[in-house]
Design a protein around this ligand. Structure first.
Ligand SMILES: *Cc1c(COP(=O)(O)O)cnc(C)c1O
Length: 397
């Protein structure tokens, strides 16, 4: 089975991990800080705070913005659950903004309309999680203008977008956002096994994130309310968590970072091959924004089902049966039973729902060979040609 994504590890990664295993520090050691500063430097951000996964990163990013009960977090329905759940962890209400039918990212026009209505109703959001779907940032410049005008904060969920660029700068530089979050899960661009990172330029947010990552504890006398009892003394100043990453994981992440440019180059190459070789099929291919350079975490095609005599599910199952590990990103989050129980229903976000009915993620990862990719393309061509009754234009409606 060719998977839709997988990690690319080599001997240097293994050596880096072994080196930490042989050192004094398995966690809370110096490799974590090296990983944080290297990622921040690469992304042109002031501060990096590494945690155990991106879900934890999103949670403490929301808390650092004081998101709580009575507040609202908005995000895209076309995302992984965590982009929305982070709001619920804080006790806030979660709502969604429909997606752009071409970029499949949160639609800024829909956002503007929803904000106008929310201002009238007194239901403006405190936080917007702008997901860089498939590795391509949203229209962050326009979102930042709306954030200024309506007074909400923006977290970019760039779990798909390590190494991507926006407006001529690296994603993560947080020029248009309060914070940026990355994931280092093995299916993502670089991996630390499990891992996440928050990047920000605001020192007070970085400090708060570090505190929340580690139980809300401080050893800094400037933040204590009592006089020190002695050299062992620490204080818990707020309710935090154990969201630490280990030095073992950070070593893997750091080693992977050395290979990021090569990974990105191969992903771009594979994307260009798909774009060229699939262009005459009844598919809608990814549309590129002018300001965003994708990291190509996912390569999603949309079946033009109105031109096909086979269903989305049939194409998906036939590809799986052929040993091609396709996937679907994403089931609209508002249709999950947990969110339906909060009042969301089918029809609430029609663009995300129409997209879901047609989307298939094809294999995309640096280790995918040209031959494997060609096999995916051949299978897809055969399926779409055979099943629409002779020629892709058999139905011309
Ligand atoms: C993978 C992912 C997450 C969660 O990442 P973890 O590191 O697995 O917690 C959050 N948001 C998006 C968009 C993701 O793809």
């Amino acid at each position: 089975m060719i998977p839709y994504s997988r990690q690319s590890l080599d001997q240097a990664d293994i050596d880096a991990v072994v080196q930490v295993l042989e050192s004094d520090w398995l966690t809370q050691g110096p490799t974590i800080e090296r990983f944080e500063t290297s990622m921040a430097a690469r992304c042109e951000a002031g501060f990096g705070v590494a945690v155990c996964n991106a879900t934890a990163a999103l949670h403490i990013a929301c808390l650092a913005l004081d998101l709580g009960p009575g507040d609202r977090l908005w995000t895209s329905p076309n995302t992984f659950l965590a982009s929305a759940n982070c709001g619920r962890y804080c006790g806030a209400d979660v709502d969604f903004v429909d997606i752009d039918p071409l970029t499949w990212n949160l639609d800024v026009v829909a956002l503007r309309h929803k904000l106008q209505a929310a201002e009238r109703d007194g239901t403006l959001p405190k936080v917007l999680v702008a997901v860089a779907f498939s590795g391509q940032s949203c229209d962050l410049r326009a979102i930042a203008e709306l954030a200024d005008h309506y007074g909400f904060s923006v977290i970019e969920d760039a779990s798909h977008a390590v190494g991507a660029r926006y407006a001529g700068r690296p994603v993560g530089c947080s020029e248009f956002t309060a914070m940026t979050v990355f994931s280092f899960h093995p299916v993502k661009i670089i991996t630390s096994g499990e891992g996440g990172l928050v990047l920000t330029n605001r020192p007070e947010l970085a400090e708060r994130l570090r505190s929340l990552r580690c139980h809300g504890m401080t050893r800094d006398p400037a933040h204590m309310s009592e006089p020190s009892h002695g050299p062992w003394y620490y204080e818990q100043v707020e309710l935090g968590f154990n969201y630490r990453i280990t030095d073992i994981q950070a070593a893997l992440g750091l080693s992977q970072l050395n290979k990021l440019d090569g990974f990105l180059a191969r992903r771009r190459e594979l994307a260009a091959r798909y774009q060229a070789r699939l262009s005459d099929l009844p598919l809608t291919l990814p549309t590129l924004q002018t300001e965003a350079e994708s990291a190509w975490h996912l390569y999603v095609v949309r079946l033009q089902t109105e031109r096909l005599s086979v269903t989305h599910r049939q194409v998906f199952e036939a590809l799986r049966a052929a040993g091609i590990g396709v996937n679907v990103h994403y089931i609209p989050v508002h249709l999950q039973p947990y969110y339906r129980a909060q009042g969301f229903k089918a029809g609430d976000f029609p663009c995300a729902e129409a997209y879901y009915a047609q989307a298939i993620s094809l294999p995309m990862f640096p280790g995918l060979t040209d031959e494997q990719q060609d096999a995916v393309i051949v299978h897809l061509k055969r399926l779409l040609a055979v099943t629409n009754g002779g020629g892709v234009n058999a139905r011309t409606d």
